[in-house]
Design a protein around this ligand. Structure first.
Ligand SMILES: Cc1ncc(COP(=O)(O)O)c(C=O)c1O
Length: 405
């Protein structure tokens, strides 16, 4: 069986069928790991043919191996993309997607809720090379037009933002971007193509921290840049080649293997996260739950219109009055939640987030305690019990501190 591009357009079937090629791999179901640097060409003519068309030939390990190409093929089918470029991390996907489209003297618009290192790259590296950035209110739709300058070349969205979970209106923003000749880059790590396909909503490029749900097991770093046309693909692939970005064969294999179970994992993450989010809304310690699938969350209507589901990552804001030691009493002693920055693996995670450090267009109140959680594949009753015990520890530590005052 060779991978059939047209076997189905259904996500679950693409996830199980695409990228496989047992006919060329001794019947082996999963594409094997090809480790390579040097590629040997049979003849001078073959070498020259490959060097004249590097986007369609394997010329050197850095240009990609069949393992990487299998992963790229699956991602392209899932995202409805023309072609995909796999790179070493999610951040490399972000930088590799921005660099081809901006030059000295250009301007970019980035959602104020974007992932911190995305902002840092714009403000530290691209700024030094003469590219200016304006951050925009994530919830602004077509009004973004008033921020567009004659030199605006790129709009960057991350829907929802991975700390504060505000949605963005990708169709409205894309309409304005295209009117002014700018490209739209969308970070789709949270929803994955199982629940959102930004190219269908108007984006030109979709980036993924494959490190999260694609790999799904917290054991590899991966970035994916899905491009909507041969033009954007050539621009991205050539830039990534010049930067030396290369997805390692073993990590490509792990990402490809992770993809096979993405939809089933994600549905479980979604179900458990929604149950926990709704339960958190009933807790006396919680002021607000930030989850786009909840009707009172900013941008919920956009989520309902453009997404078919939600994932396991969301946040909640504690009511005022809990001291730092009280918060630590909860976070430090969770049984199932690790304290960790990443997410998208099978495990539950918790982090005291500080969105106020990043925000500029729409400042975030510094005094609010934001706890971001990733709801893993553990039993949801156990997760709830772990959180309930954490709240009890927090309340007890607060009472002890006030009694001592
Ligand atoms: C939304 C989002 N995009 C991109 C990245 C970067 O991914 P990586 O850690 O693989 O570089 C992250 C990492 O946390 C993220 O949360």
């Amino acid at each position: 069986m060779a991978s059939d591009k047209n076997a189905s357009t259904k996500i679950d079937t693409i996830l199980t069928v695409a990228g496989r090629d047992p006919g060329n791999n001794h019947g082996v179901v999963n594409p094997p790991v090809y480790h390579a640097s040097t590629i040997i060409f049979p003849t001078l003519a073959d070498q020259e043919k490959a060097s004249h068309d590097p986007l369609n030939h394997i010329t050197y390990g850095r240009s990609g191996t069949p393992t990487q190409h299998a992963l790229e093929e699956v991602m392209s089918q899932l995202e409805g993309a023309h072609r995909t470029v796999a790179v070493p991390s999610g951040l490399a996907a972000i930088t590799g997607a921005m660099m081809p489209f901006v030059s000295a003297g250009d301007h970019m618009l980035i959602s104020d809720s974007a992932y911190g290192p995305t902002r840092r790259f714009a403000l530290n590296i691209l700024k030094r090379f003469g590219v200016e950035t304006t951050f925009f209110d994530p919830l602004m739709g077509e009004e973004i037009e008033r921020l567009v300058q004659p030199n605006t070349k790129l709009f960057y969205v991350e829907a929802p933002g991975s700390l504060t979970f505000e949605m963005q209106d990708i169709p409205a923003l894309s309409k304005v971007a295209h009117k002014h000749g700018a490209v739209v880059v969308a970070d789709n790590t949270w929803a994955t193509p199982v629940y959102c396909q930004p190219i269908k909503l108007g984006a030109d490029i979709v980036v993924h921290a494959g490190t999260k749900y694609v790999v799904g097991h917290s054991d590899a770093m991966m970035g994916l840049i899905c491009c909507n046309s041969e033009t954007t693909y050539a621009a991205v692939k050539n830039t990534c080649s010049m930067l030396g970005f290369h997805a390692a064969p073993d990590d490509s294999y792990l990402a490809l293997r992770g993809l096979r179970t993405l939809a089933v994992r994600l549905r479980r993450h979604e179900q458990s996260a929604l149950e926990i989010a709704r339960w958190l809304k009933t807790r006396p310690e919680v002021a607000k739950v930030l989850h786009p699938a909840l009707p009172d969350c900013p941008g919920h209507e956009i989520w309902k219109r453009d997404f078919t589901g939600s994932s396991g990552l969301f946040a909640f804001i504690l009511k005022d009055g809990y001291s730092k030691p009280a918060i630590a009493a909860m976070v430090d002693h969770m049984k199932l939640f690790g304290i960790g920055y990443s997410w998208g693996g099978y495990e539950s995670l918790m982090i005291h987030a500080h969105p106020e450090v990043f925000r500029t267009a729409m400042p975030w109140p510094t005094e609010k305690t934001v706890i971001r959680v990733h709801i893993g594949l553990d039993d949801v009753g156990d997760i709830k019990a772990d959180l309930a015990a954490g709240f009890e520890r927090m309340a007890k530590a607060n009472q002890t501190a006030s009694a001592a005052e």
